[in-house]
Design a protein around this ligand. Structure first.
Ligand SMILES: *Cc1c(COP(=O)(O)O)cnc(C)c1O
Length: 812
């Protein structure tokens, strides 16, 4: 690396001149970003090469983490941090009159994911490399990532996110490692003299999967792993022959475009599967390219097939890559001549699966006809897996037709991806304790009964390097000054901060840092949104995908209620609060879009009414993304985690906030339950129905939102304001759908039921916030207890209990 600032500055200027033909004087900010990025990339390359050689030489077992989403955000700051040159580079640039944070803003977010699931994958890669473990990501190189959200007339409008219009300086294209993936066509079989079946696959459509590798740098160590993103391109031979046959260049172009469309778009749908043929193509494209490349690597090791599971762990992040199971079977049997039993043993021992949701609408299934026509050989294998599994069930539960129909992989004309994932893997994990219990005892009860040893919990985590060290440098420095820097390698040492719980000056310092972060964030809001917010007000934040179960609506109704109270009694005492929202709605999810519209309407009303303006402000931040999260979380006082109990599998936003000293207002859902366990009743505001209470309502069928509406004057007032003439509705019917969901259709997410309790919790927040010392203590406890939610802990558990890998140890 650079031994001094001088050396860095010289190298940087040289890069700018030699690679981009610019001098400091003539370079744009974008040029300087690119020069810095490529310069750092060159430094990374050396370690990258060595790491890969080390793995190969030692035949190290490696994890391949298959995920349709990697929500990486920006890489420059993190790479500088992990390469241990952040301060040096920052100071060097400063001496050249450049600001590092300004250059960082020039990088596009790599938004190749929707939300929590994709961000988890990104945090995991950072932890694997930082823990010196051999683990890589396999994903798709979407040309367009998560859509760019604009708010126009208070409504969400989606624009394509053409993030690659700027160079992605971190990727390396490796055309020589391209792999052919095949779709459609026909399969025929023949028997040889020994009676063995051979399958012949013909008339298929070949597509090239070209890998683009992105280095994943470990924190201050020698490990650099790989995020391999596959891009679809026409296979050369195929297009040549087509152009020749059809004799028309136009056909060739059309064909090329349709092939490439496989890796064009990320599906911007967070939790429901729209049965699109293209989506299934994407899934198989990732899986086939990935598994073939793992097999290709394995064969170079020169060890027997039976040891495949000792050399490779294939992990599937939710069911989207579940075709890994039949694809590995296909390769082992059709291409390597291995028999079913052995291939099955190898496959099952190598594959593990994480479930991310209990929402029934999010369980993936594909119509049999579609799978059969698009992936004929894969379909045959899935059928065979299903038949063998049903046979086994039959011998364990003879005559239990109902159970077998319930557990079958192929049933009712559908291929059920969760069932395939469970049957074809050796480990199934949920992502928080409550979620795993729900899987075992409710959603997947019968599978748990059949395979009790396969189910386990791995509570999610977040990388403290990005979410504390990089995004909140002031707080990280204070922590290091106070307890030394061992917490960086062992985040659970953050608990040593508890020794300062009675130290008033330390609590004041915590407060000052939070305040400075709020001032900085307020400036950013002023500059980018043109809204003035008071940094002395409580910063109350809900940022996450917009979804019914996450209940942004509950938060919005609370603000309407506060507004009504203030209008009715202008002398009412109220601790000033600024409510921030950030949320994208899936483009086809009309209800979620209406909620965005409502929040923006509330903002318009509240922010322009001088009677309430000093007490409440509402800011909807457009285009919520990783880089925005990094700005707002350090400035937050109140973290809103108010999903309906049982619906949020884990949440990871909750962990990021906690680690930055925000206090949670939340339900007993997902990982909130574990946050509560760690901080105790006094340092979190828990409200609302518990999972048990919700199941009780389901069993009794006894919930009636309309009786709440009729009996609670406050609720009736707000809901009527949605549909009658009021400052919020202006007499139009745009919010009728919200009223109907809550009153007419019995409030699927128990918003009205939890509303009174939510108000009480929020009242308590306002009271407690005024007692500065106690408040700072709550903030301290949250930071001190957050270490367990580092993804380093999560990854250590996956490594030990699922993947069976160790630290590689210092590479040299
Ligand atoms: C952490 C994160 C999420 C997940 O947030 P939840 O509150 O757990 O749903 C979603 N999007 C982005 C950009 C994130 O950084």
């Amino acid at each position: 690396m650079f031994s001094s600032k001088e050396e860095f500055k010289a190298a940087f200027k040289e890069q700018l001149e030699d690679r981009y033909g610019r001098t400091l004087e003539t370079a744009s900010e974008y040029d300087t970003y690119r020069a810095l990025g490529t310069l750092i990339q060159e430094k990374i390359n050396n370690k990258w090469l060595h790491t890969q050689q080390h793995y190969k030489r030692n035949k190290t077992k490696q994890v391949f983490y298959f995920s349709m989403e990697f929500l990486m955000g920006r890489l420059l700051g993190n790479n500088l941090l992990n390469m241990d040159v952040l301060t040096l580079v920052e100071e060097g640039l400063d001496e050249l009159g450049l600001s590092l944070s300004g250059l960082e803003e020039k990088e596009s977010d790599a938004g190749l994911g929707n939300g929590g699931l994709g961000r988890l994958a990104a945090c995991f890669l950072d932890s694997l490399a930082s823990l010196e473990m051999a683990g890589h990501g396999y994903g798709l190189r979407y040309k367009y990532g998560m859509f760019d959200q604009h708010i126009i007339d208070g409504k969400q409008v989606e624009f394509p996110d053409y993030w690659l219009s700027k160079d992605f300086v971190w990727e390396v294209r490796r055309p020589d490692e391209a792999i052919e993936v095949r779709f459609g066509g026909q399969v025929s079989s023949t028997r040889d003299k020994e009676g063995k079946l051979h399958f012949k696959y013909e008339h298929y459509e070949p597509i090239q999967a070209v890998p683009y590798d992105v280095p994943i740098v470990g924190y201050k160590n020698e490990t650099v792993n790989t995020l391999r993103l596959w891009s679809a391109e026409p296979s050369v031979g195929d297009t040549m022959s087509r152009a020749e046959k059809e004799g028309e260049f136009g056909h060739f172009l059309g064909h090329k475009r349709s092939l490439e469309s496989i890796s064009d778009f990320l599906y911007p749908d967070d939790s429901t599967e729209d049965g699109k043929r293209l989506r299934l193509k994407q899934e198989y494209f990732l899986v086939s390219a990935g598994v073939q490349s793992v097999v290709r690597y394995f064969e170079k090791l020169g060890v027997p097939w039976s040891s495949f599971p000792e050399k490779a762990a294939l992990h599937i992040n939710d069911t989207h890559p579940a075709l890994v199971i039949p694809e590995l079977m296909r390769i082992l049997m059709d291409e390597k001549g291995i028999g079913w039993e052995e291939a099955w043993e190898i496959t099952r021992s190598s594959v593990s699966y994480t479930n991310h949701t209990t929402l029934s609408e999010a369980l993936e299934s594909w119509p049999v006809g579609l799978v059969r026509s698009l992936l004929p050989r894969i379909f045959m294998i899935i059928n065979e897996i299903n038949e063998r599994f049903c046979q086994e069930l039959w011998s364990t539960y003879p005559g239990d037709f109902d159970r077998i129909a319930d557990l079958a992989i192929v049933a009712d004309g559908q291929v059920k991806m969760a069932h395939l994932s469970i049957v074809g893997s050796h480990s199934i994990n949920g992502v928080a304790k409550l979620h795993t219990e729900i899987l075992k005892h409710r959603e997947m009860k019968r599978f748990f009964h059949t395979f009790p040893d396969r189910f386990n919990n791995k509570t999610n985590g977040i990388t403290h390097r990005r979410w504390l060290m990089h995004s909140n440098r002031k707080l990280a420095s204070l922590i290091t000054e106070t307890i030394g820097d061992t917490w960086i390698h062992e985040p659970q040492q953050l608990s040593r901060l508890m020794s300062r719980k009675d130290d008033l000056s330390f609590l004041d310092q915590l407060h000052d840092i939070k305040h400075q972060n709020k001032v900085e964030f307020a400036e950013w809001v002023q500059q980018t949104q043109g809204i003035t917010v008071n940094p002395h007000s409580i910063f109350d934040v809900q940022i996450k995908r917009l979804h019914g179960y996450k209940r942004q609506l509950l938060n919005a109704l609370h603000i309407m209620h506060l507004y009504n109270e203030l209008k009715a009694d202008p002398a009412m005492e109220m601790v000033p609060r600024t409510f921030f929202f950030g949320a994208k709605a899936a483009p086809g999810y009309h209800f979620a879009k209406t909620v965005i519209q409502l929040i923006n309407r509330i903002a318009e009303v509240v922010n322009n009414d001088p009677a309430v303006n000093d007490y409440i402000k509402v800011v909807f931040l457009p285009n919520y993304s990783v880089s925005m999260a990094e700005k707002i979380i350090p400035a937050t006082n109140i973290s809103e985690q108010i999903s309906m109990a049982t619906k949020e599998a884990s949440g990871t936003g909750n962990m990021k906030f906690m680690m930055n000293g925000a206090v949670t207002v939340g339900t007993m859902d997902g990982a909130n339950v574990e946050i509560h366990d760690h901080v105790g009743d006094d340092n979190i505001y828990i409200f609302g129905l518990t999972s048990e209470e919700i199941w009780e309502y389901y069993n009794q069928g006894s919930y009636s939102s309309s009786s709440i509406y009729h009996n609670d004057e406050r609720i009736r007032h707000i809901l009527d304001e949605l549909i009658h003439y009021s400052p919020f509705s202006k007499g139009e019917t745009e919010f009728q759908a919200i009223y109907d969901a809550l009153v007419t259709y019995n409030d699927e997410y128990f918003v009205l039921k939890d509303f009174p309790d939510y108000l009480l919790a929020q009242k308590k927040v306002s009271q407690d916030y005024q007692r500065k010392r106690q408040w700072n203590l709550k903030s301290l406890v949250n930071i001190a207890q957050s270490g367990v939610f580092s993804s380093d802990r999560t990854i250590q558990e996956y490594a030990e209990e699922i993947w069976k890998i160790n630290r590689v140890g210092a590479l040299k």
